[in-house]
Structures are given as structure tokens and as C-alpha cells.
Design a protein around this ligand. Sequence first.
Ligand SMILES: Nc1ncnc2c1ncn2[C@@H]1O[C@H](COP(=O)(O)OP(=O)(O)OP(=O)(O)O)[C@@H](O)[C@H]1O
Ligand SMILES: [Mg+2]
Length: 339
Amino acid sequence: MRTMSNDLIIETQELTKSYGPHVALDKLSIQIQRGSTGLLGPNGAGKSTFFKTILGLIQATSGEGSVLGHDIRTEGLAIRSQIGYMPEYDALDDNMDAIHQVRYSGELLGMNPVVAMSRAHTAMEYVGLGELRYRPISSFSTGMKQATKLACSIIHDPQLIIADEPSNGLDAHARQAMLTTLSNMVNAGNRSVLMASHLMEDVEQVCSNIVLLHKGKLAAQGRIEDLKAIDREIEIHVWGMASELEIALGKEGLEVRREGRMMRIRHDGDKTTHRILKCAAETGAQIRRMHEYEASLEDLFLVIMERFGYGVKSSEDLLASPIEARKVDAPESMGGSGA
Ligand SMILES: Nc1ncnc2c1ncn2[C@@H]1O[C@H](COP(=O)(O)OP(=O)(O)OP(=O)(O)O)[C@@H](O)[C@H]1O
Ligand SMILES: [Mg+2]
């Protein structure tokens, strides 16, 4: 079990970033606590822009924010020296051996070469590249490169790791290795991880919290468990008096979806089960089966998007990363690439 803590490590108020006329981040007020958080959203949602803005790599257009207590507008350097940032683009030098690349990232943070080298060995071990550390990066697969980028970002043993699409382009095996390493950082290492992804499964595997962005706007944030409760239902199978029960449940203020003898009742607080049973007793309906029906993060995403007012058909449409989606969001002339 993860320990609950209320410390905010990242906080923004009405954070806005425009690229010319294009609003990439639209008044985002976000709170991120210690632990593991997934930043989810389709291509062009603003995930990478959010990271670059809170790291002080690009200037916010308006609004405020802090990371580990430092102002994102004025203390970018302090922020970047205390967190580990794994960017989405390939930031590696093909001509270097992996170990020297990782050491170099330590030196950039001001470590002396001896300390940086010793830390580089530890970091390479941690990401599972111990054996391969003396090989040139040019010989690496995408998975090895991603792992090397992660090693670079943890060279100074930061409390918070910010990873932009860490599993992007990886095969199943490398992807699993990456997700396991990130999970270990949170669970065994007691570090915080904030990772951007457009893959629901990746986020569910590593994170207990999510921030959901859509077209630069905040669609949802919170504990995955709590958000799932938005869409929790209780399923019952009824024998006799089904219509009477349906009416009684409605009068009780519960929302019912009925298909013959099967009904799904929207969860409405701790007493929901009790209220259902009371209605059944009053109407003489027999409940043969009763169980909780919990939405997947995927279902939840659809529900949120539906309420948010976008005609989304499936999360595939939204999250799969169609090239077209990006083109709609920003013309190429505006540099709509991001990834
Ligand atoms: N330097 C830039 N100049 C102009 N527009 C940009 C720039 N960088 C990003 N954008 C636009 O801002 C929006 C947000 O981009 P961003 O890269 O933050 O999205 P993202 O959620 O990281 O997407 P992806 O899943 O593709 O990585 C997009 O519409 C993008 O085209
Ligand atoms: Mg991105």
C-alpha cells in the first residue's frame, strides 16, 4: 500500500500558454501530490507544453505555478536541479557511450566528474542497462535509448521524476521494463513520478492519480480510485416486481438503468446498497444477485469526455494518436509537432 500524503509538489493557478494565437494551455489550475500521477490526453492536448512550462523551459503567457515550492516563472533553474526530466524527444548524443552520456548529464547539473561517474553506474544499473553501459548509443534500440534517457534524468537522485511519454515507441518487452522501473521508483524508492502518456494502460499500471487534459483544458484530476467512483454502479438481478422496484428506486432518488430483470443503479454514497434493499423489501421484489460494477479508467474517460461536451466515440479515437488530430489542432506552419 502507498502511503497517503497531502503535500502538494506541483501547483498551478490559471496557467496559460499560447503559441501565437494558439492556446496550448488554457487556465489550468492543477494540484499534484506526492506519489504517482499520470498526465493523460490525446495528441496536442498540451502535455509536453505543461511540462516545459512548469520546468521553466518556456515562459507561461499568464497564470502562476510552483514545483517543490519554487516559482515556475523565476526559479526554473532550482526546479530543474531538483527534479529529473525525461523529455519526449531524443536528447542523446549518438557518438557517446551510454555511461558517458549519463555522466555528462550529471556534470551539467554541477556534479564533479568522479561523483557523476559513480552515480552514472548506479543509474544505469537501476534502469537495467548495467551490462550495456559501455556501448555506443548509436547501437541502442529505442527501448535502450529510452532507458538511457531515464538514467540521465535520475543521475542526481531526484525526489520527483517527470517523464514525457516514457514508453513511446517501445516494444512490449521494453515497455514493460520501463513501466516496472517507474513503478519501483514510486513504490520501493518512495519517489514521485509524473508521467505523460496517451495510453490508459500505462498510466493505470504506474499511477494512482491522474490529470486529464483535452485541448489545453483540464478535464479531470484526482485519485483514479475516486474518479472511478463517479461511474460506479451496482448491478442487481431481480425476480418479480421488477417494474415496481424500478419505480420505488426512482422515488428513492436513485438513477436506474434497466434491461429486463437486470438493473444497474448509480452508486450514490455509502448507503446505496442499503437503500436498494429497502426498496426491494417494500415492493416485494426479490434480488437474486447484487454486485458492484466498476468502470475501467477507459470507461471513465468516455464518461468524463461525454460530460465535458465532446462527441467522443471511443477513447481509441481520442487517444490513439492519429496524425490527423494533431493537424486539426495546429497547422504545420505553427509548428504543430510536439512529439
Ligand atoms: N513550439 C510550438 N509552436 C506552436 N505550437 C506548438 C508548439 N509546441 C506545441 N504546439 C501546439 O500546442 C499544442 C499542445 O502541444 P503539446 O506538444 O504540448 O501536446 P502533447 O499533449 O504533448 O501532444 P503529444 O501527445 O503529441 O506529445 C498542440 O496543438 C501543438 O501543435
Ligand atoms: Mg507531447
